[in-house]
Design a protein around this ligand. Structure first.
Ligand SMILES: Nc1ncnc2c1ncn2[C@@H]1O[C@H](COP(=O)(O)OP(=O)(O)OP(=O)(O)O)[C@@H](O)[C@H]1O
Ligand SMILES: [Mg+2]
Length: 336
């Protein structure tokens, strides 16, 4: 059963009447089924957070204009008021945001900020809320949870703060957990602990998970399906095994070659030359074209459609008319 279904989502900013429209999210569609984990992957600035903020109605007052449909619990979230959305956030969809330090209130104890939504929305009193918060901290692997409830955010390590955010996001038992780069600020060992924690909670609490990251290696082991984003669009989408077995888009292949491998001696990570285009000045045609080693002149003509990839998996789609079939061709760098 699908719990979250995003259809043709667009986010556009119109600063002044005669300035060009800046689009940060373009025709993005994806769905997540109950208990399923979807990874959304792409470099910095590709529109991952914009997509999730639009889904949750959190783009802010000067935020972009959202079109498309966000189906959740039989309603279209793009049509709800902020008050109605507040009821969905937390209880229906939990969010672990990108930056644990700024997501927590530095002046408030962990216990108070964790208890507040439970008291306000779910009818807990202070004592039962404290019990529930201690239970949650225990669930996310924070030792001595009772004492930690009295701590302020700055008294915790980065990894612990991220665990607190996860505890807060699951405290009201949401159907969907959205984790936006939950491990970026953490060192590698803590990263994998936090990922394992998210994976365990998803299974134990039967949540759907949307895991956003710039690192394909992060989503490899913990997702069922992956959507790769580039310059505001989904450029490839597939079950995780199919994506890794037969990556079709040159961008996906470039991201893959940036994953350090345990069985290779790594002197230098093959970074992808260049940068994604700014949303205000996208190139004509395929947005990856200026960085693509296999581009052809026709790539300038129009934005490619997302079509079935001939990998044998009917759920594998790619936005490139010249998807790669073999596993060795060049994907990035100057064209020959
Ligand atoms: N208020 C805004 N007005 C115009 N453009 C914006 C606004 N907010 C964000 N953007 C642009 O939208 C693009 C996508 O931003 P977004 O935060 O979604 O990237 P991201 O994929 O989450 O990157 P990161 O991995 O760095 O978090 C960026 O180029 C950003 O500059
Ligand atoms: Mg982001």
């Amino acid at each position: 059963m699908t719990v979250l279904e995003v259809e043709h989502l667009n986010v556009a900013y119109r600063d002044r009447p005669h300035t060009p429209v800046v689009e940060t999210v373009k025709d993005v569609s994806f769905r997540v089924d109950a208990g399923e984990a979807l990874g959304i992957v792409g470099e910095s600035g590709c529109g991952k957070s914009q997509t999730m903020l639009a889904v949750l109605g959190m783009l802010g007052r000067e935020g972009g204009e959202v079109t498309g449909r966000v189906g959740f619990d039989g309603q279209d979230l793009t049509r709800l008021s902020q008050k109605q959305l507040r009821a969905v956030r937390g209880a229906g969809i939990g969010l672990v945001s990108q930056d644990a330090l700024s997501a927590l209130n530095p002046a408030m104890t962990i216990g108070r900020q964790m208890a507040e939504p439970l008291i306000r929305y779910d009818g807990y009193d202070r004592r039962t809320a404290a019990d529930r918060c201690a239970e949650l901290l225990d669930l996310v692997g924070i030792p001595g949870p009772r004492e930690r409830l009295r701590a302020h955010p700055h008294e915790l390590s980065g990894g612990m703060r991220q665990r607190v955010l996860i505890a807060m996001a699951i405290s009201r038992e949401p159907k969907v957990l959205i984790a936006d780069e939950p491990t970026t600020a953490l060192d590698v060992t803590i990263q994998s602990q936090v990922l394992r924690l998210i994976d365990r909670l998803r299974r134990d609490l039967r949540m759907a998970l949307v895991l956003i990251t710039h690192d394909l290696g992060v989503v490899a082991g913990v997702t069922d399906r992956i959507a790769v984003m580039y310059a505001g669009r989904v450029v490839e989408s597939a079950p995780t095994t199919s994506l890794f077995d037969a990556p079709g888009h040159p961008y996906t292949r470039a991201l893959m070659s940036s994953i350090p491998r345990m069985d290779h001696r790594v002197d230098r990570l093959p970074a992808i030359p260049g940068f994604p285009p700014a949303p205000a000045s996208p190139p004509p045609g395929c947005a990856f074209r200026p960085r693509c080693a296999v581009a052809r002149p026709a790539c300038d003509d129009s934005v490619p459609l997302l079509v079935g990839h001939p990998s044998g998996d009917p759920a594998h789609f790619v936005r490139c008319p010249y998807p790669v079939h073999d596993s060795n061709g060049p994907t990035v760098g100057a064209r020959s």
